[in-house]
Design a protein around this ligand. Structure first.
Ligand SMILES: NC(=O)c1ccc[n+]([C@@H]2O[C@H](COP(=O)([O-])OP(=O)(O)OC[C@H]3O[C@@H](n4cnc5c(N)ncnc54)[C@H](OP(=O)(O)O)[C@@H]3O)[C@@H](O)[C@H]2O)c1
Length: 255
């Protein structure tokens, strides 16, 4: 059985990936993962491929055990893995509760790495892996500190993973977009310091980010920014010292 797995499929970018993959040939099933089961059921009803609904909270160990057991039982060929589940919280380190801190590191870092690790034995030549990072990964961002740090972690992991899996013919891409119009902002503002980042301008459509990044992955890109602004940020991070970049960001986030 040839499958695509999408985490974070109940909303925003993950849902857009599921819809885009539904157009692809060569897949027998889509496995959709997120906590909100009713959203996944609704999405599967609009897709042509048979879907496996996996209502899992990826911050929980039991969820990983469920996924591991399912993979062992079905022994699928994972043709596409899109690791998209993630969230951010606006605010400085001191503004975040211990629970928010734990959950963000757990989901954005540990869960992404663990789901990927569970899938690696089921990847074959031609399989594709997309890890949704962010342009926040390119430099430290005070006021969005922990989120940027989790994405820097995931970016580093993804770049090495791409090298490690090259010999097996697996294409791995770190997806590093700018703001996207999803439920991300509502979640990010639901904190003690929602105004730490005042505006999120030039947000892209999730459909455009999903389609672009899948194309870039197909072309073998190790990293895609999905737009000109994060491309400039990426280049800037190579030449502008972090201290200067943080000063600039500190002004921009208060505008
Ligand atoms: N929006 C942006 O501006 C932006 C920019 C760059 C990168 N990104 C990245 O893009 C990815 C997708 O975010 P989005 O913008 O599409 O936001 P979103 O609309 O809020 O979607 C987040 C997804 O993650 C899932 N999720 C959250 N907590 C989970 C948990 N504990 N277990 C399993 N799934 C969980 C959510 O599903 P449930 O709530 O149903 O569990 C939802 O499907 C994230 O990794 C984000 O960091 C977003």
């Amino acid at each position: 059985m040839r499958i695509a797995i999408v985490t974070g499929a109940s909303s925003g970018l993950g849902r857009a990936y599921a819809r885009e993959l539904d157009k692809a040939d060569g897949l027998d099933e889509l496995w959709l993962i997120a906590r909100r089961e009713e959203r996944l059921i609704e999405l599967s009803g609009s897709l042509d491929h048979p879907c496996r609904i996996l209502p899992l909270d990826l911050t929980k160990k039991e969820s990983m055990e469920t996924l591991e057991a399912l993979l062992k039982a079905e022994k699928p060929r994972v043709r596409v893995l899109v690791s998209c589940a993630g969230f951010g919280k606006f605010g400085r380190a001191e503004d975040l509760s211990p629970q928010e801190t734990r959950d963000m590191v757990d989901l954005n870092c540990r869960a992404a790495v663990e789901v990927t690790g569970l899938c690696i034995p089921y990847l074959r030549r031609g399989s594709r892996v997309l890890e949704v990072c962010s342009c926040a990964a390119f430099q430290p961002l005070p006021g969005l500190n922990l989120y940027a740090a989790t994405k820097a972690f995931l970016l580093s992991y993804t770049r090495s993973l791409g090298e490690e899996l090259k010999g097996r013919g697996v294409k791995v891409t770190a997806v590093c977009p700018f703001w996207i119009k999803t439920e991300f902002m509502a979640v990010a503002r639901d904190t003690a310091n929602p105004q730490a980042v005042k505006h999120t301008p030039f947000a892209m459509r999730p459909e455009a980010v999903a389609a672009w990044s899948l194309t870039m992955n197909d072309l073998g890109a190790a990293l895609t920014t999905c737009g000109p602004i994060p491309a400039v940020m990426r280049l800037g991070s190579k030449v502008i010292p972090s201290a200067a970049a943080m000063k600039l960001w500190d002004k921009l986030r208060k505008l």
